[in-house]
Design a protein around this ligand. Sequence first.
Ligand code: C2E
Ligand code: CA
Ligand code: CA
Ligand code: CA
Length: 279
Amino acid sequence: AKAHGRSCFRYFSDELTRAAEQRLDLEVRLQRALRQNELRIYFQPQIDISTNRIIGAEALVRWQDPVHGLISPARFIPVAEETGLIKQLGEWVLLETCRQGKEWQQKGLPAINLAVNISPAQFRNSHILESVFNALEQTGYPASLLELELTESALMTHENEAVETLNALRKYGIRLAIDDFGTGYSSLAYLKRFPLDVLKIDKSFVEDIPHQKDDMEIAAAIVAMAHTLRLKVLAEGVETEEQLAFLKEQGCDCYQGYLVSPPVPADQFEQLLRAQMED
Ligand code: C2E
Ligand code: CA
Ligand code: CA
Ligand code: CA
């Protein structure tokens, strides 16, 4: 029994070592990816629910690794956060999104809102104001067309500091959205303290419409309460006409999801915008 116990331990610690090695490997490769321009921004249209027109896009990072192919942000963002690489990565995402936005503006495409995800570690530790102002200044992209998506956990940990940072961003004309709403602390009383413009209903509340009555009631309640706080409501992860009809009935303002389009590369997004200009 003793021998067995030891081999179990050995097995367990080997597993740990392997996980640590994989992580280190990912970290080193991500560092190189940043240097060698292997990251891309994909854009997912955000649609006005009453006019059905594109009013914006969420910028989502992708990593095209020459050996491993397309790596999901769900895998490498957490590693970037833990290792501090998120500062550099986040700065690149901001800069590249604003650069692309400016290019579309110069090509005469309709003015749309571009939304960038800001991770909690990036919001707290890494001079977010400086990164944002720098991206706007370097590209000439207007602050009024930039939106930042923040999560509840980014805002709740250092509340007072967060309020100050948000006020400074808002003063500059940048719009602020709360992302994944309903999955974290989710206190509406808290929400009132933050100067926000948009509330994004997490896709977990959307995916089971119309089968889960609870989720439907939660989604409806979130819309109503957000409107009381004068926030615009955007539902994420809309995949079916039924989900869209329900959200529209509840008074939701905007949506995004596979029903309209998955996140696509910049040139494909540009085609979507051009197609819309024609009708
Ligand atoms: P998120 O901010 O909640 O982004 C929404 C995710 O849902 C995206 O996954 C998007 O592709 C996916 N999605 C969109 N429509 C649908 C739909 O109709 N159904 C379903 N099932 N999914 C849909 P993605 O692009 O893999 O990103 C995953 C997460 O990685 C994001 O979640 C965000 O937290 C993070 N992330 C992505 N890009 C960035 C970035 O540039 N910076 C930071 N800090 N985080 C990022
Ligand atoms: Ca988001
Ligand atoms: Ca989400
Ligand atoms: Ca998320």
